[in-house]
Structures are given as structure tokens and as C-alpha cells.
Design a protein around this ligand. Structure first.
Ligand code: PGA
Length: 232
């Protein structure tokens, strides 16, 4: 069960466009409140419209990213640049906003990503998706609570879920922020879209805290906001 003393909030925003707008608002408010915010940013299907909204608002002058810094959650090893997560963030967000190039970080580029994040003052806000197998970032089932940024072999479930972005199979090896990296973020938004995420989200939020469902570790966080586009 969720710990009773945590201010975790759960919100359902239908349809997906509304969810995307609401998550974008959280990011906008974060940057307004703290212009030098350090953000953990996801890739995948779920956040694409959030990035569209953020891009639009930036064009309209509503967000100034000049002092912000962005840290990608994860990245494939040995990936063609065009299908890398770095390129995803570039295409969907970075190319549309005024976030300086030197403030865009990717875990593949650093031996000590956690040290880097700590030196930068720690993550203020991290946005996460959830995999159908319960992963957060690329922390696959079995990843221990005491994990920092590390390399990981992707599971069959993840390779299948991401196959559509690749001509062949996705690379099987990746680097990801660890569970501790994520839990150290001052605020976390877990974003889930589509009913195929309903069962795993239930398990993650209301089941036991276990490495079998890495997202369940989020129950240990004091400022977790769960935002979905389905009732659960
Ligand atoms: P998706 O991926 O947004 O493409 O569903 C989420 C995840 O695997 O974390």
C-alpha cells in the first residue's frame, strides 16, 4: 500500500491531450518557480504531446529554459544515432526550445552521471513513463532499490514494446539512471497513458514494494504525482 504519510497525489486527465497539457503545466510551473531547475526527462510514446505543448509554449514566450538543465533518463548502447533517445529529445523538445546545448545531458556521455547530477545540485523534477513490465527509465524487473546509473540488458517485453522504432530488433543493452538516482529527485511525475498500463500501475502503486516491479519503489518517494488518462 502507499505509505499513509506521503503526499502522493493521483490524477486522471482524459483524454491524452489533457493529460499532456497537465504534465506540461507541471514542467512550466517548475521552471517558473525555479528557473535553474534540473529536470529528468523521458522518451517514448507517452511524453510526445507533452513535449509538443512545451515547445508551443516556449515559442509563445511562456517558458524560458535558459538556466534550466535536462538529463535524459536512459540511452541504448550501440544505437544508430537517428533512433537514439538523444535524437528523440532533440527532435521532440530541444530543437524547439531555448535550452542551451551544453545543458542537455545524456547518460551515455558520462562515466559518472550520478556525480554529475549531484554536482549540478540534484534533480528537481523527474518525469517518468512506466513500461508494461513495471520498469521506470530502463530499470527492468530485478533491478535493486540500491542502484545508481548502470548498464542493463533489456527484457524481451521491452524489446518487443520498442521494436516499432527500429528496422530490426532494438539494441539489447542500455544505460539507465538507477532507482536511487530517480528517488533522489525532489519531485517525480509518473505519467501513464493507455489502458494497457492500468494493471501494472495498480501493482506499482498498491502492490508490495519489490524489485519485481521497479515502479513500486516510487511508493517510497515523498513527492510523487501520478498522472494518467484512464481511471484506475
Ligand atoms: P512508452 O514507454 O511511453 O513508449 O509506453 C514507457 C516506458 O517504457 O517507460
Amino acid at each position: 500500500m502507499l505509505r499513509q504519510d506521503t503526499p502522493t497525489s493521483l490524477g486522471t486527465y482524459e483524454p491524452y491531450a489533457t493529460l499532456s497539457l497537465r504534465v506540461a503545466e507541471v514542467v512550466r510551473e517548475q521552471i517558473r518557480r525555479k528557473p535553474d531547475s534540473r529536470l529528468g526527462l523521458p522518451t517514448g510514446r507517452t511524453p510526445t504531446d507533452t513535449y509538443k505543448v512545451l515547445s508551443q509554449w516556449t515559442r509563445e514566450g511562456a517558458i524560458n529554459w535558459e538556466r534550466a538543465k535536462a538529463f535524459g533518463l536512459d540511452e541504448y548502447y550501440d544505437v544508430e544515432e537517428t533512433v537514439s533517445f538523444r535524437r528523440y529529445l532533440e527532435t521532440n523538445l530541444y530543437s524547439n526550445i531555448n535550452l542551451p546545448a551544453q545543458s542537455q545531458f545524456n547518460p551515455l556521455q558520462f562515466d559518472d552521471y550520478d556525480g554529475l547530477i549531484a554536482r549540478e545540485g540534484g534533480l528537481d523534477l523527474t518525469i517518468l513513463g512506466i513500461g508494461q513490465n513495471g520498469h521506470i527509465a530502463f530499470n527492468e524487473p530485478g533491478t535493486p532499490l540500491l542502484s545508481w546509473t548502470h548498464s542493463i540488458w533489456l527484457t524481451e517485453s521491452t524489446l518487443k514494446a520498442n521494436a516499432e522504432f527500429f528496422k530490426g530488433r532494438p539494441p539489447a543493452n542500455a544505460v539507465t539512471m538507477g532507482i536511487q538516482t530517480i528517488l533522489a529527485s525532489r519531485k517525480i511525475v509518473l505519467m501513464a497513458s493507455g489502458k494497457n498500463k492500468k494493471d501494472i500501475l495498480q501493482k506499482a502503486l498498491h502492490g508490495p514494494v519489490t524489485a519485481d516491479v521497479p515502479a513500486s519503489f516510487l511508493q517510497l518517494h515523498k513527492d510523487l504525482v501520478v498522472m494518467t488518462d484512464f481511471e484506475y
